[in-house]
Write a new protein. Structure first.
Ligand code: NAI
Length: 317
């Protein structure tokens, strides 16, 4: 099988000075793409800045015969990062929103500053880069976006309310980008990676980190942003050789007539049904929910205590 190539394409990798971003940048640089290596060069808590982080990676890509240019802006000035791609290479094909920081602290002690900084870098930063790339993607009817979520966002994680909120935002953002981008061949996917980096080196044991090389997140991203990919709006968990798609699951649920018989007591009576995952479905859009509302509205006043089996039939209980 021939290797996946990205010749003639321009890839922007944010936070490419270390960790996962560095692994993406080196990979795309070695597979024919021109890479914009963005990195603010601050600490993992978002303090300070330096040009060194990006410069080192650009030098490494060039030394290996690849094409790369550095950008030192914060992702919150994403338009400037995309401008570097356009001014240097005349286009942008792939955007990997990867830059990130942590401000872990228990919710009790969380300050507005800890909250704002995390939301700014992850949410606003991803938005600013994607927003600036979007007109180019639409015009050329081609674009690939990877956003970066986290298990902390999907499942919650002690001491990370700010980070969890920001990371789950990446899921909704991606799912909507995928819907709006579909007709322009713009694909957007979101990954929840796990890898050894300065972010994780203090919280995970060395033997586990040994098996979590950032390089092992790269193959999934490489496949998702390739020109032949058709995957969009998907969520993946990836790290250490494990790759799995995640999706929303809705319990088979309870459907009651929405009238004055719909009381807390009526709900409580059939509470188990609300969280019964036998025969669950996997909704992909708000329309699925609207269809349920429609069914509820059409129930006759005497109907109560009905469950949907999601084959479209309503069964009396
Ligand atoms: P890292 O700290 O090694 O790399 C992040 C890079 O982003 C750094 O080089 C940093 O200088 C840069 N950066 C930070 N703020 C920036 C800004 N405002 N503008 C431009 N660059 C900025 O961390 P790692 O582990 O490689 O993380 C990459 C992404 O993956 C992050 O979004 C992180 O939240 C996410 N992630 C990582 C996990 C892991 O296990 N390493 C787990 C889940 C999510």
């Amino acid at each position: 099988m021939s290797e996946l190539r990205y010749d003639g394409q321009v890839v922007v990798v944010t936070g490419a000075g270390g960790g996962l971003g560095k692994a993406y940048a080196l990979f795309f640089g070695s597979r024919g793409a021109s890479v914009v290596v963005n990195d603010l060069g601050g600490s993992f808590k978002g303090e300070g800045n330096s040009t060194k982080a990006a410069d080192v990676i650009v030098d490494e890509i060039k030394a290996a015969g690849g094409k790369a240019v550095a950008n030192y802006n914060s992702v919150t000035d994403g338009d400037k990062i995309i401008e570097t791609a356009i001014q240097t290479y005349g286009r942008i094909d792939i955007l990997i929103n990867n830059a990130g920081i942590l401000r872990d602290i228990s919710f009790k002690n969380l300050s507005d500053k800890d909250w704002d900084l995390i939301i700014d870098v992850h949410v606003k930063g991803s938005y600013k880069c994607a927003r600036a790339a979007w007109p180019h993607f639409r015009k050329q009817k081609y674009g690939r976006v990877i956003n970066t979520a986290s298990a902390a966002g999907l499942f919650g994680s002690f001491g990370q309310t700010n980070y969890s909120a920001a990371k789950l935002a990446m899921v909704g953002f991606t799912e909507t980008l995928a819907k709006e981008g579909a007709k322009y061949n713009i694909l957007a996917n979101v990954i929840a990676p796990i890898a050894a980096s300065r972010m994780t080196e203090t919280v995970m044991p060395a033997d586990i980190l040994e098996n979590l090389k950032p390089d092992w997140v790269v193959p999934l991203v490489a496949v998702l942003v390739h020109k032949d990919s058709q995957e969009s709006g998907s969520i993946y968990e990836v790290g250490g050789g494990h790759v799995a798609k995640l999706r929303w699951e809705r319990a088979s649920g309870l459907l009651l007539k929405a009238d004055d018989t719909y009381t807390p007591g009526a709900l409580l009576k059939q509470w188990d049904q609300i969280s019964n995952f036998n025969g669950a479905e996997h909704p992909t859009g708000p329309a699925d929910f609207l269809a349920l509302l429609d069914k509820s509205m059409k129930m006759s006043p005497g109907d109560k205590g009905q469950t949907l089996d999601f084959t479209g039939k309503v069964a009396l209980v």
